[in-house]
Write a protein that binds this ligand. Structure first.
Ligand SMILES: NC(=O)c1ccc[n+]([C@@H]2O[C@H](COP(=O)([O-])OP(=O)(O)OC[C@H]3O[C@@H](n4cnc5c(N)ncnc54)[C@H](O)[C@@H]3O)[C@@H](O)[C@H]2O)c1
Length: 358
């Protein structure tokens, strides 16, 4: 069992990472004094793990709400379903939501947990690679609104996170690859050592458990350290948005038909191109920085994006100041700049250059 502590102003909590831990979560629930739970999951996870869910939580009389799978579930109609369930079960502030799923379920269930009675306990059981390395940690919750990604949300930390890498055995390869988009992000946020480790082992991650576990642990640790220093996106935490201003524009412009991690990877490539246009990285360093995200590759669907349309969606992103978009850009591995304004022309050119890598 590995344990990472997240130490934010609003809450200090552990992220446990252990194989097979999902077969016995009740010991953790007892330790954290959890009384009643409502389990929120999605249809894919439910269909694969219904028996395990019922067995794992058997002493808690598990009531399970299974939402449709996919990004479209991060919507108010599903938040209402979750809230209705909590009310029907008569849950109180001492009770808990268990979010068993990928980032979509974590974000949606987390949002519902944060507003029901001004906050009911929340536990994350991440089941996708993306959720294990990123979204289950740090307390950001979200729903999409009026076509705009993550427009509504709260900061709301869980009681604990329990990561069982065994879940990944059933994760479809395309979803695994999407999760690698956030892994690529952490490679840039860390240092040469981890960057090289990810780069050298990139194609082994899916096949080799030892490498996979090291990657999950390292990414979770980097994220935990960052959110512990800056819970509310004031300064340092903004580095976690590397590639995301572009990515959210791509996701909205494609009506969420691109997977989040694939959009993030494309966003990182765009950010490297933009960094070069602004003179932040040297031409000779650009190729080296592009190497890893290009190993993951640019998803074909990016070819359908109209750069102007994506840019207009980027303008509805939260990271702007007086109408000017601000970016998280890369100077070098581990050297990330935040709040960098850039002219529209350069951003649109960067999106068009991205298509050359298709
Ligand atoms: N809160 C945060 O800090 C944060 C950070 C990064 C991303 N996100 C959000 O996370 C979301 C993306 O997360 P995601 O990629 O996990 O998407 P997801 O939750 O839609 O999961 C991806 C797909 O994999 C399936 N799945 C999940 N676990 C499985 C398993 N073990 N076996 C088989 N199938 C499984 C799901 O049903 C779904 O179809 C986006 O909405 C993004 O905005 C949030």
């Amino acid at each position: 069992l590995k344990k990472i502590i997240v130490n934010t102003k609003s809450k200090t909590y552990p992220v446990f990472i252990a194989e097979n831990s999902f077969s016995a979560p009740e010991a953790f629930l007892k330790r954290f004094n959890i009384k009643n739970i409502a389990i929120i999951t999605d249809e894919n996870v439910f269909n694969l793990y219904e028996k395990d869910l019922k067995k794992s939580f058997k002493n808690y009389n598990p009531v399970i709400l299974s939402l449709p799978a996919g990004e479209k579930s991060k919507a108010f109609n599903n938040i209402k379903k979750i809230l209705q369930l909590l009310k029907d079960l008569n849950l109180s502030k001492d009770d808990s939501i268990a979010a068993v799923g990928g980032g979509v379920i974590g974000d949606a269930a987390g949002f519902a947990a944060s507003i029901y009675m001004r906050g009911i306990k929340l536990i994350h059981f991440p089941t996708s690679l993306l959720a294990m390395v990123d979204s289950s940690i740090g307390g950001k919750t979200a729903v999409n609104f009026d076509g705009v990604k993550n427009l509504i949300g709260t900061f709301y930390q869980p009681e604990f996170v329990l990561t069982d890498p065994n879940f990944l055995k059933t994760l479809p390869e395309a979803e695994f690859n999407s999760g690698l988009g956030e892994v690529v992000k952490y490679a840039f946020l860390s240092d040469e050592k981890f960057f090289n480790f990810v780069n050298d082992n990139y194609f082994e991650i899916i096949k080799n458990e030892r490498i996979l576990h090291r990657i999950i642990f390292n990414c979770a640790k980097i994220k935990s350290e960052i959110v512990s220093k800056d819970e509310h996106d004031k300064n340092l935490r903004k580095v976690l948005n590397l590639g995301h201003t572009f990515a959210h524009g791509f996701e909205s412009a494609l009506n969420f038909k691109i997977k989040h991690g694939d959009a993030v990877n494309a966003g990182i490539i765009s950010s490297i191109i933009l960094s070069e246009k602004l003179g932040i990285i040297k031409k000779e360093n650009k190729e080296r920085l592009l190497f890893l995200p290009l190993k993951k590759g640019v998803n074909k669907i990016i070819g359908k994006i109209d750069a102007e349309t994506a840019y207009n969606f980027m303008l509805s992103d939260k990271k702007k100041d007086g109408g000017v978009l601000k970016y998280v850009l890369i100077k070098d591995i581990g050297k990330i700049l935040i709040d960098v304004p850039a002219p529209k022309k350069f951003a649109v050119e960067a999106i068009n250059s991205l298509k050359k890598f298709l």
